[in-house]
Design a protein around this ligand. Sequence first.
Ligand code: SF4
Length: 689
Amino acid sequence: ASMRKSKIKRTKTVCTYCGVGCSFEVWTKDREILKIQPMEEAPVNGISTCVKGKWGWDFVNSEERLTKPLIRQGEEFVEATWEEALDLIALRLGGIKEEHGPGSIGYIASSKCSNEENFLFQKFARSIMGSNHVDNCSRYCQSPATAGLLRTVGLGGDSGTIKDIASAELVIVVGANPAESHPVLATRVKRAHKLHGQKLVVADIREHELAQRADVFIHPKPSSDLIWINALTKYILDQEWEDRQFIESRVNCYDEFAKSLEKFTLEYAEEKTDLTKAELIKVATMIHESKSTCILWAMGVTQHTGATDTSTAISNLLLITGNYGRTGTGAYPLRGHNNVQGACDFGTMPSWFPGYEPVQDPKVRERYEKAWGVSLPEEPGFNNHQMVEGIHDGKLKALYLFGEEMAIVDSNMNHVHSAFEKLDFFVVQDIFFSRTAQFADVVLPAAPSLEKDGTFVNTERRIQRFHKVFEPLGDSKPDWEIFQELANRFGANWNYKHPSEIMDEAASLAPLFAGVSYERLEGWNSLVWPVSADGKDSPLLYTDKFAFADGKAKLVPVDWTPPVFAGEEYDLHLNNGRLLEHFHEGNMTYKSEGLTHKVPNPWLEVSLQLAKERNLEDGALVGLTSPYGHVEVRVLVTDRVQGNELYLPMNSRDDNEAVNMLTSSYHDLITHTPSYKEMGVKMEVIESE
Ligand code: SF4
């Protein structure tokens, strides 16, 4: 027995799925994953995990893994050596840059890859290729929340930790489904609610699990959140329930803000949102009576035309009630991917260097130029949306994308696919031959988190270390090594031997991470940014000042932007979101037997009323059509949705079921996050059961 035991390797890792950031030990023998062992010491989850963290790892050993570089020859892909593939990329990207300028190439980063890899990728784009056209998939989800928080409190991350959420007297969840999207975080809320008298308010258009458990569940009209939030805020001011002392000592622009709320009366909200005055007064009273309130939100808020403004309205409400800077208070945009926070933090964004310092700030640029020995582009680059439009307009000729299934997850798939077809040159780097890879000219085989070292940042801003368990499969390589080899083909002299050296460089350049180092992240240690040079981290933000020069927050007046829906013939509203068992396009989860077995296909949720009206039963096959495309899916009749509202999980395996065949190119006016949730469709019955 001891012989057998000695061969078992136990390695600490961090979950590669959602932004909660659970960590645990992986027990392995050779390349076999024996089990996932949660540990008391894990700072976020302790002994908890969800099904994905527990069972979602088989993909690492999937036979479908890419193990060799591939080069397109006509309609075929042929295997190539790394030399051939990287030489070709250097030649083609170099040629396109030469001919059309540095602005003709776009760079799409990965929220699944490490901080170090994202840091190197933006360094490659900026310092070697001379372009700020670098973005990541936060553009599809939480960019509006980041923008709303940057405006009001000065930093884009969650105000505190998941422990803070659990200790709040009142938790308000708007447009988020944590029980499926952030399961371990949701268990903390459920426990606090059940055992410690925490109050829970849920605002959503779908009665998901937390909504069923809530003390108050409100169901506003789709896309009307800003109105009821502003009306609550106005009502609180009218009742003189605001935190005067907090406002006077810590907040700017109060008078202008208060004036901006004039039209948001309860009557106006009642008319526009379908919520009753009684419901709004009830929620306002709960906020008034609670000593600590925090607000959690996600895609139900951010994937709308007016999403940045709604996120701003949430922050305004927290500010006037003094709900920042104390345990149990604050703003919590729930981050989707395991490292979407880190991808943004470490600079894969068109207008920011790592640590949210503007590329337009000459002082900051100078710091990077000095360190990197080059001159850097001043103008902010294109975001994902602008890159797709840039390809259609002929401005962008090439794209380099890693670890991102853009062909399925970006809105208006047909429009994205036709853009990819127009590219002169397209590099896709992934662990699988993804849907996006089908459009590529060169496909590079990368290694997943279990095959490399690095760090991720979870939704709480917590930086955690993950450790290499296996060697990269076949000829695949960690993404950071690929970037280094490519950079050196452009004459750079990068010589990073380990990701820790990349982190050291990031820490030396970005003040937000000044004290971050691998020594300080050993074992189960973690650091919550900002981290000062002496290693002191910041689990709770804004305890004495907000992140502006004068230390005061800003109230920002915002008005409602009506949603953009297609014409009247598209009579049903199609909502979309996650399933517990799968993650996004399912490239990993559908390749994990334990998960696919549980839920092999997505289904369309149809309300009891609509099912009756259209004579539909469970299992019926329906077609959904929008002005942009068509899908065919099976029906599940449920009381989670009401009336003419439909719900289709976004976790599809093929184009014919993918929600983004239906979505449009409309977007949040400020951040360009697609308005995935503003979608009208018509439905026809193909088979009624
Ligand atoms: Fe992974 Fe999120 Fe599940 Fe935790 S809650 S195990 S981070 S998917």
